[in-house]
Design a protein around this ligand. Structure first.
Ligand code: HPA
Length: 302
């Protein structure tokens, strides 16, 4: 048994049923997807998946004909433990599209760096019919032009844990999930980005494009680490998203990603301020309506 087997045992909801999911096992993932389908009364398959990071949690409130499936009702589904993240799948309609919202994501630091487990919801979304994934996150701004509450569309990423071997694609590969060697040269769909930028202009909101770096966390980065990321071209940093996007690309889902800049990352140890989760949540709350209106319009235009 390896560490990942342990993690899935610890994290899987049992719901009275004994079911340990191996996130690398295709049949296990199919079984979880089928369980979810059996709990639904909706007829239409969701085509748009949304991973609601901090600031986008309220988007699910805009879903009509909503059907909420708490993670705790899905045997084998991981648990979320981060304050500010609910634990629900929300199915329904948003601006005419059939959607599924992941209200609460799985961060690798919560799950012993088991990235395959943390990306499992994306594979499930794929099996349920999703063709477009919108991912959002809270992030620290590195680019000096960024201000609190700005949005940044991801045009590329630096997936730091994967460069150190922590990729969701490491381990046995079942070709039914997709290719072994996945190209991420166009991970963030250019047409979707252009459309989103146009909407930002119409809504007169501050939206940049930039490069997101994912660190492992959960500690926030030291000023020297932020300086390192700045040197290699990163504009914003966070602890999520890249694993989900990598898996989405493996199964052929097109992706639009954006960060909500909740704090300004420290670059100088002599001139730095404490970064706190409360601050991140506070900024996310303030920007929430703006971010939700932005995403809602994007969905209408997909
Ligand atoms: N670093 C990492 N993750 C984050 C930050 C940050 O500064 N802000 C919000 N999420």
């Amino acid at each position: 048994m390896n560490g990942h087997d342990n993690a899935s045992k610890e994290n899987g909801h049992s719901n009275g049923e004994h079911f340990v999911v191996d996130p690398l096992n295709y049949d296990d993932i199919v079984r979880v997807a089928q369980t979810i389908e059996s709990l639904l009364t909706i007829n239409e398959k969701p085509t748009v998946g949304i991973i609601c990071g901090s600031g986008l949690g309220d988007l699910a409130d805009r879903v009509t004909e909503a059907q909420i499936v708490p993670y705790s009702q899905i045997p084998g589904f991981p648990k979320t433990s981060v304050i500010g993240h609910k634990g629900n799948l929300v199915f329904g309609k948003l601006r005419g599209k059939s959607v599924i919202c992941l209200q609460g994501r799985f961060h690798p630091y919560e799950h012993a760096m088991n990235l395959a487990l943390c990306s499992m919801p994306v594979r499930i979304m794929h099996l349920l019919g999703v063709k477009t994934l919108i991912v959002s996150n809270a992030a620290g701004g590195i680019n000096e032009k960024f201000q609190y509450g700005d949005l940044m569309l991801l045009k590329d990423h630096i997936f730091l844990p994967a460069l150190a071997g922590f990729s969701p694609l490491v381990g046995a590969n079942d070709p039914r999930f997709g290719q072994r060697f996945v190209s991420v040269h166009d991970a963030y769909d250019i047409k979707l980005r252009k459309m989103a930028l146009k909407i930002a202009e119409e809504q007169q909101i501050r939206v940049h494009e930039g490069i997101y770096v994912m660190s492992g966390g959960p500690q926030y980065e030291s000023p020297a680490e932020v300086q390192l990321f700045k040197t290699v071209g990163a504009d914003a940093l966070g602890m999520s998203t890249c694993h989900e996007v990598t898996v989405a690309r493996q199964c052929g889902i097109q992706v639009l990603g954006f960060s909500l800049i909740t704090n300004i990352a420290n670059l100088d140890a002599d001139n730095s301020v404490e970064v706190s989760h409360e601050e991140v949540l506070e900024t996310a709350k303030e920007a929430s309506q703006r971010a939700c209106a932005f995403v809602s319009e994007i969905i209408a235009n997909i």
